[in-house]
Every structure is written in C-alpha cells, then in structure tokens.
Design a protein around this ligand. Structure first.
Ligand code: PEP
Ligand code: MG
Length: 586
C-alpha cells in the first residue's frame, strides 16, 4: 500500500458497493480470454477422434472445477461453494452431453462449435428471463462453456499476478474470484455485475473489498494505474491524490476500530440507555445460518425466507420435507422465536412451476400464488404449525395487498389447525401470525390489517420499489431507490402508528433495518423490532445501546419535517454523527 504513486488527474468512478473495505494499490487489468469459436466441417472418419477430444476436455474441465470447488469450500464454506457444484452438474448432465455427441455425429461439425451452440441455448433462455439472478446464472453457464472450449483447444488459463494488485475487469466469474484470491489481491472492480452476483457474494465472504457495476472502468483505468477502492461507498478513485488516500485510510481505520468494539456484545440486550427494548433479530434462509445468527447475539429470526427450499427443485417439497427443515431451525433457535415467512415466490424468485411474466414484480407473487394453490399453501402451513410445538414459531404472509388475502390466509390456517388436530399432531394453537407490509395499499390499510394479526413487519425492499416506482434490481435506477425519501419515512411512521393503535408490534425486515445510518431514525419512529443480516447485527446493537429513545424520537420528528432526501441525509450525517460518535459514517 505504501508504494502507491499518484500521477495524472484524479478520477472518481461511481459503482455499486459489493463488498466492504478499502483497497489501495496498482491496477491489474484482467481481460478474460474468450476462446474464438468457428464452425468447421469434419469428415465422418474424424467423428471418433473429435468425440475423444471433447470427452477429454470435459474430464479436464471437471477436474479443474473439482479443484476450485475444494479450494472454495475451504475458503468460503460449503454454501457459497455451491456455485461450482452447479457448474460441475452441467458437465455431468447426460442429456445435454448426449445431445452434443449426437449433433457432432449428425451435423459433422467441430466439437467447440456444437458445445458453444448447444450450451448457448441454455444461456439464451436465462438471458430472456427478466430478473437479474437468472442473468447472473447465465454468466456461470458461459464460464462452463468457455472452460470446455479452452480445454478442447488445449489452452491454459492465466490468472496469476505478480505482487499486490487491485483486479479491474469487465466481469469476474466466481471461479476467477476464487482463483485470484490465492494471489495478493487487494480488491476487485468490475464494469458489470450487481450485489447479488456470485462474484460479489464471494468477495464479501473472502473479505476482499469490491465495487461492481462501474460500467466502463476498464476503459478509464490502465494497467498499473494507482487506484483506490472504497467498498463501503461503492466508489473507485483512479490516480487518487495524497489527501484522498489519507482520507480513505482514516476511514478504513475508523471502520476497523468500530468492528473491534463490537466484540462481546452478543450477550447484551438491544436496549437504549433509557430502557427502550428493541427486538433485534436476524434474516436468514438456510438452517446452517442458525448458529451464526445465535453467535452474533440475535434475539430470534425475524425473517426466514422459506423460498430457499425451492432452489434448484422441479417440484414443491412435501409437508414432511418442509417440516424437517422448519423443525431444525425452530429447535436450533429455541427458546428464541423464529418467524417463518410463507413462500414468497414470483418477482425475482423462481418457483418450480414459474412461467414468464412481462412484469413479474406486479404479477403472480407471494400470497397471490399461495391462495391460488391452497393445497400447496396448506402443506406449508401444516409444516410450520408442526414445527411450532415448542411455542417459539411465528408465521408471516408476504406481498399482501388487500384485506381479503389476510382473511383467506387465516381461513386456511384454521383449516390446517383442524386437520392436524384430527390427525392428533401437536402444534401451538396460539401461534402468532403477521403480515409483511411491503405494498403501498397494505401500508394504507395497516390499521385494519393489524386488527387481524399479531404483528406487522415492514419489507422496505419491496415497499420502496412500489412506493417510488423504482425497480429494486435495476442498476440504472439504483440511485432513485432511496430509503431516506420523505415519502418512505412518512409511510413507515404511518405503519408504526397504525400497528400501535391496534396494540400489535411493528418490525422491519427489509434491508433498511440493517443500514447503520438509519438506525437512530428507525428507533425514533417507534419500531419494536429490527430484523437484519446477522453479519451487521452487532453494529446495529451497538448503535441501539448508544442512543436514548428520547433523543431518537426528537431526531425522527425533525427528519420528518424535511421534504427532500438530500436534506435528510445531510441532517443525519451531522446530527446523528454527534449523538453516536462511534458510527463510522461515510
Ligand atoms: C422486503 O421486501 O423488504 C423483504 C424483506 O422481502 P424480500 O427482500 O424477500 O422481498
Ligand atoms: Mg419483499
């Protein structure tokens, strides 16, 4: 870091913060070698040797991927390493590989071309889907195709660098990210990608700062340019001035010191100094995360995204299969409560029987799907009820937009309870139920909804997208996705007041609950529960423990008087910073 020299004009490129941290060093421009694929005729006599070449290449690709997989498992843990399992599965897909063999025999064309064309069909299907997740998976398919072709052509992959560097690339595959991490990588900066890309997930797991979605950084940055990556703010600075470097180093230090202060908070309550107790829970989606959530000091699970059970499946899991998972989570968390959200499929999350919709976020999603499929819904409700036997389970319905949906869900819940009673299966007859408030109509009807349930949980990820008409996954409008927009804050206040009027608690499980800059304001708005990513939980707890509820309320009143997001952010950056000096604000 000390050898950085600054020459040339300082240039700031704004992207998307993908993995936190600051990295300063020389740029290493990585341009991915995409093998050239041409179609070439072969003779019937060549078919056998062509197939041999192909099969050897597939075997070598599999060996390479197995190596990457085991390295990734050591570094990342089995969950994040699954991407490579998925790639290995493509290689082992007998139907796909059989089709490729058949086409070589029939069409008498070179294997590279047939591989490129046949696997390319999968990719086109994925790119035709409108959600970002499928687009990211299309890159994984590309990665496999290129790997096989490279091996057919007998070319070596080169991803070794000399000394420390910040890798700058158009895009990075998960494999690149892992392989580079064996070298002295300081950070990553890419033109493409979003926070949900697997490369971003891996960078976070490896604790390597990363900024993605920089559009044309590879054109603006040259090999060995000195660059700085701010993975907190999502910014890359090319040829940073000495003051910029000093500022970034100070920022890194502030964050590191803050992280050190968090150790030892796990056993303490999330309570303000004037004794307002907040329920601080975790958002998780896999049973393996329970242990981490407990370790971080969670008071429970505020959102268990059950859609994870549907990942990679072609059928819905049975009641028994679901019960096993819910029971593991509920027991693992006991005596703390777990809120299981019923399947929120549609939108950006695929169901086994999803079909293409022009406008999926306004389509067949969440409770709408489940009410149209009462048998599936009943399977899930029964499975959750069965897991509730030790009285620490709650149930929550997503994407509610009208009262009838809440009532219809309750009718099905009553039926499921009756069925279990008839079967003699134990469950919690007084199980608490809640509704996610994430559609503007539900926010307006919050008081009526509150009369039907035991709690409300605000889903800001969707609420903001619907309230401000900003697609949550579209990087072109990312700057408009503002949780400090006054319309958002006033809506949150309205929901909290509506819930409290009807004596039900109101929580928040959207990403906003995990933004340390928003914490004081959210306390002041009267939220009873925050459900956040367990990685950020100690930081949020620290803030809750540092600010008096009395002061937070005053701050919230002041903030609600502003009419622009800019004024609110400015106020937060100055006033709240003084109240909670240890938060390393941007
Ligand atoms: C939300 O919308 O805020 C939420 C927590 O749900 P999801 O992100 O799963 O849609
Ligand atoms: Mg949602």
């Amino acid at each position: 870091m000390d050898t950085v020299h600054t020459s040339g004009q300082e240039l700031v490129i704004k992207g998307i913060a993908a993995a936190p941290g600051i990295a300063i060093g020389p740029a290493y421009l990585y341009s991915k070698h995409v093998p050239l694929v041409e179609t070439k005729p072969i003779t019937p006599e060549d078919v056998d040797s062509e197939l041999q070449r192909l099969h050897a290449a597939i075997a070598r690709s599999e060996k390479e991927l197995q190596k990457i997989l085991s390295f990734a498992e050591q570094k990342l843990g089995s969950r994040d390493a699954r991407i490579f399992e998925a790639q290995i599965m493509i290689l082992g897909d007998e139907i796909l590989m059989g089709t490729i063999d058949d086409r070589i025999r029939k069409e008498l064309k070179n294997s590279e071309w047939i591989v490129f064309d046949e696997i390319g069909k999968y990719k086109k299907l994925m790119l035709a889907a409108s959600d970002e997740y499928m687009h990211e998976r299309a890159h994984d398919v590309d990665d496999v195709t290129n790997r096989i072709i490279r091996n057919i052509q007998d070319q070596r992959l080169y991803s070794k660098l000399e000394g420390e560097a910040v890798v700058v690339s158009e895009t990075l595959t998960p494999a690149d990210t892992v392989i580079f991490s064996r070298n002295m990588i300081l950070g990553y900066a890419t033109d493409l990608g979003g926070v949900t890309s697997h490369a971003a997930i891996i960078s976070r797991a490896l604790k390597i700062p990363a900024v993605v979605g920089l559009r044309n950084a590879t054109k603006q940055i040259h090999m060995a340019d000195s660059i700085a990556i701010d993975g907190y703010a999502g910014v890359v600075v090319v040829n940073p001035r000495e003051e910029t470097i000093e500022g970034l180093r100070a920022k890194a230090l502030r964050f590191r010191q803050f992280e050190e202060e968090l150790v030892g908070l796990a056993d303490l309550d999330a309570e303000t100094p004037d004794h307002r107790k907040i329920e601080l829970s975790s958002n998780i989606e896999f049973p393996e995360e329970v242990e981490f959530a407990r370790m971080q000091g969670s008071a429970g699970v505020g959102l268990y995204r059950t859609e994870s059970l549907l990942l990679g499946r072609e059928t819905y899991p049975t009641e028994d299969e679901q019960f096993e998972v819910y029971k593991t989570v509920a027991e693992g968390m006991h005596p703390h409560p777990v809120i299981f959200r019923t399947f929120d499929i549609g939108g950006d999350k695929l169901a086994p029987d999803s079909y293409h919709e022009e406008n999926p976020f306004l389509g067949w999603r969440g409770i709408r799907v489940m009410l149209d499929r009462p048998e599936l819904f009943l399977d899930q409700i029964r499975a959750i009820l069965r897991a509730s036997n030790r009285r620490n389970v709650r149930m929550m319905f997503p994407m509610v937009s009208k009262m009838r949906e809440v009532r219809a869900a309750k009718v099905l819940l009553a039926r499921a309870k009756q069925e279990l009673t008839e079967r003699g299966v134990p469950f919690d007859p007084k199980i608490k139920i809640g509704v996610m408030i994430e559609v503007p109509s539900a926010a307006i009807l919050a008081e009526e909804i509150a009369q039907e349930v035991d709690f409300l949980s605000i889903g800001t990820n969707d609420l903001i997208q619907y309230l401000l008409a900003v697609d949550r996954d579209n990087s072109s409008v990312a700057a408009l996705f503002q949780h400090f927009n006054p319309a958002v804050l006033r809506t949150i206040r309205m929901i909290v007041e509506s819930g409290h009027k009807r004596h039900v608690w109101v929580g928040m499980c959207g990403e906003m609950a995990g933004d340390p800059v928003a914490t004081v304001l959210l306390i002041g708005l009267g939220l009873d529960e925050f459900s956040v990513n367990p990685a950020i939980l100690p930081e949020i707890k620290k803030i809750i423990r540092s600010v008096k509820y009395r002061d937070a309320k005053r701050i919230a009143v002041k903030i609600l008087s502003y009419s622009t997001e800019e004024e609110i952010k400015e106020f937060l950056a100055s006033t709240v910073k003084n109240k909670v000096p240890q938060i390393p604000f941007e």
